[in-house]
Design a protein around this ligand. Structure first.
Ligand code: ASP
Length: 449
């Protein structure tokens, strides 16, 4: 799988995006200050924001949105197929699945808890929020409509099973779904993945088609990412020209919330599991896996870090290779705790920024989508971006809001990938330890390295 965010020559893409952020933010701030003094300048800035900056930003967003449904469908079905080894692998697989769910839910719960506690997006002054919503009026009206018809938790859960998956696919993008939109599509994809696992002999052709769809969608997202530096500059100009310094302070609070959440999972939840489930001293564990941690931080890619993780698991942690190979390979895609936490926080943060009140049912939807997105996100730099766009659309928060966070994404990507990879190693340590306690238990041939 290629990196979403690779460029062939010149500056690395993430540096270009950062430059885009700075150029957009600084020019927007200057425009904001000057426009406050001169109505003529204010008109010109408003015109440029609506007719030049925003359309360019929208091209980027549309390129991403157009492939999100096939991307999610193929990624999740293939992901389950990989996890399908779970069935073949019996106990090891089930334990992996169990620990993955515990780790993913705890990280999403931490993220959502913090964002509800600190409300980083709510700090925006009400008049600025009104301005922002006026700019994205069409989406805001949709949000109100959706909030008015918000469903009970029971119906939200029932609607996880789509009656008509195609209708949900269409509705996931244009907001007309009858059920849960993207979440229902995700559940449908999981079911297709399970069915593929059970009929391996006759479905090889379909698996290849799904792999092809996945590769093509990733390539198109790669095209979109090449536009990202310009789109970020434009979208950020539009937002800062209107909102001034307030939005940047809000952004800082967001970064702080994400980092605190990642820190809690890394230095509180993981050590607890290490002590009680894996029986390893946390300090020793972190020292032994430091090479994988630094690789993850430097590459922002779980996939690229996999060889290093496999090595430290074998040479440093001395885990059983037959267990750690399986757990780490599956975990690189399926157990992305940092990504799940980040996706949950981003969506609730942007809902706060735009003043969209999410019902309990919608918050449950965000939690489930964040956990599933942790499974469906490719382990490459910026892998979460398409999934965030679609979760935003599901809960009717303007997808343009992604511009507010994408400029700082690389830094947060480095940190969340570090958590993703450390989480995989914690998972491997826990599963190995539990296996060790049952000596003589057979390991299926399919995982023997
Ligand atoms: N970069 C992350 C990873 O490879 C995925 C993401 O959250 O964007 O683990």
């Amino acid at each position: 799988m290629n990196e979403i965010a690779s460029t062939r020559r010149g500056l690395p893409l993430h540096t270009k995006i950062l430059i885009g952020l700075v150029v957009g933010a600084v020019s927007g701030l200057i425009a904001n200050v000057v426009a406050a003094r001169s109505p003529a300048v204010a008109d010109a800035v408003g015109f440029a924001a609506s007719n030049i900056a925003e359309p360019i930003g929208k091209v980027f967003l549309r390129l991403v949105i157009m492939v999100v449904v096939p991307l999610v469908f193929s990624a999740l079905a293939l992901g389950v197929l990989e996890l399908g080894d779970v069935r073949r692998l019996g106990r090891v697989g089930l334990r992996t699945l169990g620990f993955t769910l515990i780790l993913s839910f705890s990280s999403v719960a931490i993220g959502i808890g913090l964002v509800n506690l600190f409300k980083p997006g709510a700090a925006l002054p009400p008049e600025k929020r009104a301005d922002l919503n006026a700019r994205y009026a069409d989406v805001a009206t949709g949000a109100e409509k959706k909030a008015a018809q918000s469903k009970s938790v029971r119906d939200t859960l029932l609607d996880l099973l789509p009656e008509n998956p195609l209708q949900e696919m269409v509705g996931a993008v244009d907001g007309t779904s009858k059920g849960n939109g993207m979440l229902a599509v995700m559940v449908f994809s999981l079911i297709v993945g399970v069915a593929l696992t059970v009929t391996p002999d006759r479905t090889q052709a379909l698996v290849q088609v799904l792999q092809g769809i996945f590769d093509v969608t990733m390539t198109i997202i790669g095209f979109a990412m090449r536009l990202a530096p310009y789109a970020v500059a434009c979208l950020l100009f539009a937002v800062t020209a209107q909102l001034g310094f307030d939005i940047l302070l809000t952004l800082l609070r967001f970064v702080g919330t994400v980092l605190l959440g990642l820190g809690l999972q890394m230095f509180v939840v993981y050590p607890l599991l290490l002590v009680f489930a894996a029986r390893i001293r946390p300090v020793e564990f972190f020292r032994k896996v430091s090479e994988a941690i630094f690789t993850a931080f430097g590459t922002s890619s779980s996939n690229a870090t996999l060889p290093t993780s496999l090595r430290v698991a074998r040479d440093e942690l001395k885990l059983k290779p037959e267990v750690s190979q399986f757990v780490l390979t599956v975990g690189a895609t399926a157990n992305q705790n940092g990504t799940a936490l980040f996706e949950g926080v981003v969506v609730l943060f942007l809902a706060q920024v735009f003043g969209v009140a999410l019902s309990v049912g919608q918050q449950v939807t965000v939690v489930l989508m964040a956990v599933l997105a942790g499974v469906g996100t490719a382990g490459v730099p910026g892998g979460s971006i398409p999934l965030i766009v679609i979760v935003l659309k599901t809960v009717q928060v303007p997808a343009e809001g992604i511009a507010i966070i994408i400029g700082v994404d690389r830094l947060l990507d480095m940190c969340r990938t570090t958590l993703n990879v450390t989480g995989d190693l914690v998972l491997a340590a826990c599963v190995s330890r539990v296996e060790d306690r049952e000596p003589g238990a057979p390991i299926p041939d399919s995982v023997q390295g």
